[in-house]
Design a protein around this ligand. Structure first.
Ligand code: C2E
Ligand code: MG
Ligand code: MG
Ligand code: MG
Length: 282
């Protein structure tokens, strides 16, 4: 039980806290080890053009694949990597692997890669990324970096410098999880984005809530007005697909088209009429 030292203001012993810290410490050691042994790998989820069904890119999603084949999701280890500073090394390893994979794809297929908010404070990040692309031999125009709104507001000046370094070299920038962060609209006017990705939460509640549909319609209109490509995340059902096509959303991503796999599934254009076919009329 916790016991207070009368001379001091803090609690000196808390078994629950101790346990959490131990578990965290253990996980950190495991993560360092996993980085060394190559257990942290990118998997690839297709990005599909909703007019044609063409696969136009893949988003690299980090997976921790254990020796026994078990998989851990990024939600479990990315935050820890951010807190411990391991994110720089982890992200560089992932990006290198992802770029090497992307080099083998047809030249018109892009690689989308997520950056953590914590990474944007690294003044050398832009240079590091451009060096890596050169080293691997992937043209910058094949890469699209996904950044969340939260990441941008942490240090606006720094983010601006970074993004202009990258966009000048030809790298594309997508605003990820659009609609869930802060001051989205001021971010849109300030930074040179190519694309907005509508957060999955809006698409998930499409069917039951008309309001969500109106919000998505408005975001797509905003994107069109600003000359940006819009992508809908988390498309799972035929009716979501049919509705997004009708609204003129450019690209889509979701389990309906495919989950992330260890090697990118390069397929001929998907038969979207068939995929959306079971949809009830909107
Ligand atoms: P995100 O960038 O928004 O990635 C999309 C997430 O939605 C992925 O989860 C993906 O598997 C999931 N998803 C895609 N389609 C569907 C669908 O139809 N239904 C549902 N329910 N989910 C779908 P995942 O792989 O667990 O990644 C979660 C988040 O972790 C990512 O969100 C991203 O923010 C972060 N992350 C992933 N890989 C990396 C990485 O290499 N570096 C950094 N910094 N963050 C990463
Ligand atoms: Mg993303
Ligand atoms: Mg996203
Ligand atoms: Mg998301």
């Amino acid at each position: 039980a916790a016991k207070r030292d009368p001379r001091q203001q803090w609690t000196i012993f808390q078994p629950e806290m101790n346990e959490t810290m131990l578990r965290r410490h253990k996980l950190e050691l495991q993560l360092r080890q996993a980085l060394k042994t190559g257990e942290i790998q990118p998997h690839f989820q297709p990005l599909v053009e909703l007019r044609s069904g063409r696969v136009v890119g893949f988003e690299a999603l980090a997976r921790w694949v254990g020796a026994d084949g078990s998989q851990r999701s990024p939600a479990e280890f990315i935050p820890l990597a951010e807190e411990t500073g391991l994110i720089t090394e982890l992200s560089e390893q992932l990006l290198r692997q992802a770029c090497l994979a992307a080099k083998q794809w047809p030249a018109d297929i892009r690689l989308a890669f997520n950056l953590s908010p914590a990474q944007l404070t690294d003044k050398l990040l832009g240079l590091r990324i451009l060096h890596l692309l050169e080293e691997v031999g992937l043209p910058p125009t094949r890469l699209e970096l996904e950044i969340t709104e939260t990441a941008l507001i942490q240090d606006i000046g720094q983010a601006e410098t970074l993004l202009s370094e990258l966009t000048q070299a030809g790298v594309h920038i997508a605003l990820d999880d659009f609609g869930t962060g802060y001051s989205s609209l001021s971010q849109l006017s300030r930074f040179a984005f190519d694309k907005i990705k509508i957060d999955r939460s809006f698409i998930a509640r499409f069917e039951e809530e008309q309001k969500q549909e109106k919000i998505v319609r408005a975001i797509i209109g905003l994107g069109q007005g600003l000359g940006l490509t819009t992508t809908a995340e988390g498309i799972e059902t035929p009716s979501q697909l049919a509705q997004l096509q009708q609204l003129g959303c450019d690209l889509g991503q979701g389990f309906l088209f495919g989950q992330a796999t260890a090697t990118a599934r390069l397929t001929p254009p998907l038969d979207l009429a068939h995929l959306a076919g079971d949809a009830p009329a909107p």
